[in-house]
Design a protein around this ligand. Sequence first.
Ligand code: CA
Length: 222
Amino acid sequence: MPELKWRMASSFPKSLDTIYGAGEDFAKRVAGLTDNKFQIRVFAAGEIVPGLQVVDAVQNETVECGHTASYYYVGKDPTFAFDTAVPFGLNTRQHNSWVYNGGGLELMREFYKDYNMTSFLMSHTGGQMGGWWRKEIKTPDDMKGVKMRIGGFAGQVLQKLGVVPQQLAGGDIYPALEKGTIDAAEWVGPYDDQKLGFNKVAQYYYYPGWWEAAPRCRSMSD
Ligand code: CA
């Protein structure tokens, strides 16, 4: 067996032990199965490329593989959303069924060919929360003009209610929320959100995150 050394660009900061850690677990498993011949080194967001440029880095072969959430790239093509989550979309079990038994994996891989890559399922957050807000929301009108970090296609939905959506990588959310560059942010759920410190700078936490009933992360490789 030849020796292989690959670099994996992650979209996530090291502080997120479960999400970033999924990439490291994957690398350990691959090494274990190959007598350490196939080594994958994981790099946090920003170490090789910014967190939201992982697909680009895999596509242009800056790295051999990446760990990201496909819906970060809906600006390139809305199809990317289906592989992570779409608003009011499938829950965890339904999404698993679609991917493994409903032809989802094949459909997405066909789509990814245009980007010079293929995909493997990596990690899964389950249903998410609706995010942290610095002011109380009592009516839909209260959302007008609120600058919110939100992932994927959901931003375009909230835009209809006057929200100004912004896409930021996980590690960039806290400073933006703290400085007031954004007024609200959704990330994942209590465990990961607390690791990123949102509870220190925003007082209101709403649920459910109807835009992410079963978001998944993907390992992309070229
Ligand atoms: Ca989210």
